[in-house]
Design a binder for this molecule. Sequence first.
Ligand code: IPE
Ligand code: IPE
Ligand code: MG
Length: 246
Amino acid sequence: MQKLDPEKLPRHLAIIMDGNGRWAQERMLKRIVGHRKGVETVRTVVEESSLLGIKFLTLFAFSSENWLRPKTEVRALMALLKAYLAKETTRMMANNIRFAVIGDRSDLPEDVNSAVAEAIAKTSQNSGMVLTLALSYGSRQEIYQALTQLVDAVLAGKIPREKLSEDLISSFLYTSEIPDPDFLIRTSGEMRISNFLLWQIAYTELYFTEVNWPDFSKEEFYKALANYQARERRYGLISDQVRKRR
Ligand code: IPE
Ligand code: IPE
Ligand code: MG
């Protein structure tokens, strides 16, 4: 922790939490055991991020494609999510964390949706870190619903055609209240984005680690952040220009 520069932390950190199932299967355990262990990692990373002063943490917890998994796994994941929310809201209050969700919430089971609504309402006045869970989230679906709303607004004459801009498109996404991620971590060795925040990660720094999510420890987390801090974000410019700007 001492090695990290507090001035150079990502303002928005996004994580694709992957590898729970393989972690369990490698140990001859049921996949759900890996998911349960993964929740412990969530606790660690949420706590450390909040302590470090990271302002936005977004965790990919369940994709729109994950609904196609075996029913037993989907059910178990939903139950785990509900239990997490019931238990963690207290800790969120203690740590001044505001809870948010991106994704198509209408797909979630009624009881999970109520737990989500409750956690959002309870923590709405908190001013510390914003913890966003991507639930039933798919980036193409997000862009599609944004376009639908935009086209409707333009056709209804509510938005003039010449007002269309990149920022306006961003404002119709689920992430309208959140800045684009500075850093994206994916665990488990897969080198893909899996339909996560496609529009938002245009200039995000990407980090892939072989470590499965249940094994992603505090040390691994700090290692990832140190890696981020050693990078130069150029946004298409050359090094000299970037240095002069600082
Ligand atoms: C990530 O772990 C959690 C979810 C997608 C819900 P996985 O369940 O994808 O684990 P692997 O990738 O099969 O090991
Ligand atoms: C991405 O992981 C979704 C989450 C971490 C919630 P997956 O395990 O679903 O992704 P793929 O199928 O390996 O691309
Ligand atoms: Mg996976």
